[in-house]
Design a protein around this ligand. Structure first.
Ligand SMILES: [Zn+2]
Length: 84
């Protein structure tokens, strides 16, 4: 999807919200909740296929991905991160 092709319908009508303003804010923002005591929110980059409406979302910042690894359960290992 990031390379401009929809994985669902094969269209090249892909638009990136990677650089839109106010990705991270209090209301109506485009974020994913990290959870935890402080309720941190992590901003997402959205890619939209305007042919079929499919949306993919990505976390852009390596430091935010690190937070996910530290906080969320790992599906395969069945526990929180720290496999490094
Ligand atoms: Zn599509």
């Amino acid at each position: 999807m990031k390379k401009g092709r929809c994985p669902k319908c094969g269209s090249h009508d892909i638009y990136s919200g990677e650089n839109i303003s106010l990705k991270k804010g209090t209301y109506g923002s485009n974020t994913i909740p990290l959870g935890g005591l402080f309720g941190s929110m992590i901003p997402l980059d959205n890619y939209v296929c305007t042919a079929c409406g499919y949306v993919e979302s990505y976390i852009n910042q390596p430091r935010d991905l690190k937070k996910i690894r530290e906080r969320w359960p790992h599906l395969y290992y069945g526990k929180r991160g720290d496999q490094s």
